[in-house]
Ligand binder design. Structure first.
Ligand code: AQP
Length: 344
């Protein structure tokens, strides 16, 4: 059984971190998985509402995400592309898993802990701020486990920040099987080599869609000019030359990492690439990074613009509907077994 599942939140146009850490891997899976493999890629809008969203903004972001997934090279004939909220079985399985999931395990999740304590997990929130935290944010990993397990996925390509959640999904599958018999499949994590692309302006944080500073991330739809402006304003340091030292030179090392991952054939790893570039000035390094990123993203940008043209609105809607239909069939096959095992 070879079933690939992964998801992305519709919380803005994807950035270079999403692309190198996840989306590029999704396309690779699509192109390299055996023909009999099923590939499911979800726009996880139920996850997106764990923080407050404006309805019309969310609708627009879902559309932009669908266009982005086509733009990076997903083929809707080969891959099932769908919105999570269109397949009710995700929520149904989540409830069943919630009745098994341990509060203790969930409260140890770093993503949850990072919302409890600011800035570096050292200053606990006061009790009134704690009371405002939402149940959905706490149980986010249970929904993520349901997303994967409801399709009995065998392979899940994600960025390194999701490793702990995948471990939890395996725990959910094993726990369910222990109680009800062998129905669910503990999935294998596929980590991309670009583990964590860091913010351009605050290179100790990961690049993120929702960070307030738009200069901190390169969007997959950015023009050549926008890419150059953002890379030029990336935070580096005044030490002459290029070295790879993520602890002492996080900004420079992030640029080297980006350059390496954009074209992994140019050097065996980031350390070796930095050695090749050791005499470059910061300006020259930034120019090299901008050029390489622009070269990688120019096709994506063109395909995105085309997909978002007014005349293609129906085409996008049809892809979403077809994806939801195929994903519902996949989920329903699992849910029959699950309901039966539970006693419904
Ligand atoms: N900086 C990153 N480097 C490598 N991989 C990354 N991913 C996210 N950021 C990086 C991977 O992208 C996939 C989709 O992520 P998501 O949208 O589900 O949520 P996220 O991880 O929370 O991503 P963002 O961009 O930071 O979104 P917001 O700001 O909305 O929370 C995942 O596989 C993730 O590992």
């Amino acid at each position: 059984r070879h079933v690939v599942f992964s998801g992305i939140q519709p919380t803005g146009v994807p950035h270079l971190g999403n692309y190198l850490g996840a989306l590029r891997q999704w396309v690779k899976q699509q192109n390299e998985a055996p023909l009999e493999a099923t590939l499911l890629y979800s726009i996880v809008d139920l996850h997106a509402i764990t923080v407050r969203q404006d309805a019309s903004q969310l609708r627009q972001w879902r559309k932009e995400m669908l266009a982005s997934l086509l733009a990076v090279g997903l083929d809707p004939k080969r891959s099932i592309i769908f919105c999570q909220s269109a397949v009710a079985a995700h929520s149904e399985l989540m409830w069943i898993l919630s009745c098994q999931a341990s509060m203790g395990y969930l409260s140890r999740m770093t993503q949850w802990k990072s919302k409890l304590a600011l800035p570096e997990n050292t200053t606990p929130l006061d009790s009134s701020s704690k009371a405002k935290l939402k149940l959905g944010l706490f149980s986010y990993p249970v929904l993520q486990a349901a997303d994967i397990l409801v399709h009995r996925a065998s392979h899940v390509p994600v960025g390194a920040d999701q490793g702990q959640h995948l471990e939890f999904a395996r725990e959910c599958a094993n726990g369910f099987n222990h109680n009800f018999g062998p129905v669910l499949i503990p999935p294998e994590t596929i980590l991309s080599s670009a583990k964590r692309v860091m913010s351009l302006t605050r290179p100790h944080l990961k690049m993120s869609k929702s960070h307030e500073d738009p200069k901190s991330r390169i969007l997959i739809t950015d023009s050549r000019d926008q890419i150059a402006k953002k890379v030029n304003s990336a935070l580096t340091d005044t030490i002459p030359g290029v070295t790879y030292d993520p602890v002492n030179r996080p900004g420079v090392s992030n640029l080297v990492d980006i350059l390496f991952h954009v074209d992994e054939s140019a050097a065996p790893n980031s350390e070796a690439l930095a050695l090749d570039l050791k005499d470059l000035s910061m300006r020259a390094l930034k120019e090299k990074v901008s050029d390489a990123v622009d070269r990688q993203l120019s096709v994506v940008r063109e395909r995105y613009e085309e997909a978002m043209q007014e005349g293609n609105a129906q085409y996008l809607a049809d892809i979403g509907e077809d994806g939801a239909r195929r994903a519902s069939a996949s989920a329903e096959a699992t849910m029959k077994l699950v309901r039966d095992a539970v006693g419904f």
